[in-house]
Design a protein around this ligand. Structure first.
Ligand code: IPE
Ligand code: IPE
Ligand code: MG
Length: 249
């Protein structure tokens, strides 16, 4: 046994990486507060948060996680000052360009949940290209929630289902939860087992409302730019200590 265990040693936190949850979802919150504490502009917090995302997504792939879903920009985040929204979109573009150029190496599969239509044509195209190129990879699937809102997602699913009923392709009396799930952005992706929220806020903020019905929650005061592999191990260890009953005994 090592005399000085590595700081990132999962065993230190009690996490067993050989039996990971299948799907982890993260509300990456606290970029603004991280920047304020350093007397930096909020946009510097977003830049630091984007780096953390890169590190955590790569790590999740390395440990063999099947699905990672991250909340990057909510349908309500447009309420922020134009300059901040512009900076976030700029970071997204930078990230996507890098992701495309590194895809062969990273081998992650990327998807986007949300209504991409209000994004610039350039960003929309980048999302589409990222999605297309990464489709052939079998590694961790990373779902980026962009202009995403849980209520929006359910509404657009209800509209699509109603259209199918109208065209005789679906029957309202036979609609099951599984079938309805097929109309959501998360189509084909199992529900998150573990939802992590950074920066201590005790709310969902319109994240995966349908999919979180039986998810386990882990809230940490750590601000997203400071989120680390150790903190992820702590979240996994907490998850592994829970008794998931799904309404049973
Ligand atoms: C999360 O950090 C990133 C986005 C919502 C885009 P915030 O920007 O919400 O950071 P705080 O909550 O103000 O600290
Ligand atoms: C949720 O964080 C959205 C993202 C992390 C992208 P917010 O900072 O927007 O949530 P509220 O406003 O505190 O509920
Ligand atoms: Mg916030």
């Amino acid at each position: 046994m090592a005399l000085f265990p590595k700081k990132t040693d999962p065993a230190q936190t009690g996490a067993d990486l050989s039996r990971l949850p299948r799907h982890i979802a993260i509300i990456m919150d606290g970029n603004g507060r991280w920047a304020r504490r350093r007397a930096l502009p909020r946009t510097a917090g977003h830049a630091a948060g984007a780096e953390t995302f890169r590190t955590i997504a790569t790590y999740c792939r390395d440990i063999g996680l099947d699905y990672l879903t991250v909340y990057a920009f909510s349908s309500e985040n447009w309420k922020r000052p134009e300059e901040e929204v512009g900076a976030i979109m700029g970071l997204l573009k930078k990230y996507l360009l890098e992701a495309i150029s590194r895809m062969e190496r990273d081998r992650v599969r990327m998807e986007f949940f949300g209504d991409l239509s209000p994004l610039t044509p350039e960003l929309r195209q980048l999302c589409e290209r990222t999605r297309e190129i990464s489709r052939r990879y079998q590694g961790c699937q990373v779902n980026v929630c962009l202009n995403y809102g849980g209520r929006d997602e359910i509404l657009q699913a209800a509209r699509a289902f109603a259209r199918d009923c109208f065209e005789g392709k679906a029957d309202p009396d036979r609609l099951s939860a599984d079938q309805f799930g097929g109309y959501l952005y998360s189509k084909g992706v199992p529900d998150p087992d573990l939802v992590i929220r950074t920066s201590g806020e005790l709310r969902l903020s319109n994240f995966l409302l349908w999919q979180c019905a039986y998810s386990e929650f882990y809230i940490t005061d750590v601000l997203w730019p400071d989120f680390s592999k150790e903190e992820l191990h702590r979240a996994i260890a907490a998850y592994q200590s829970r008794d998931r009953r799904f309404g049973g005994v």
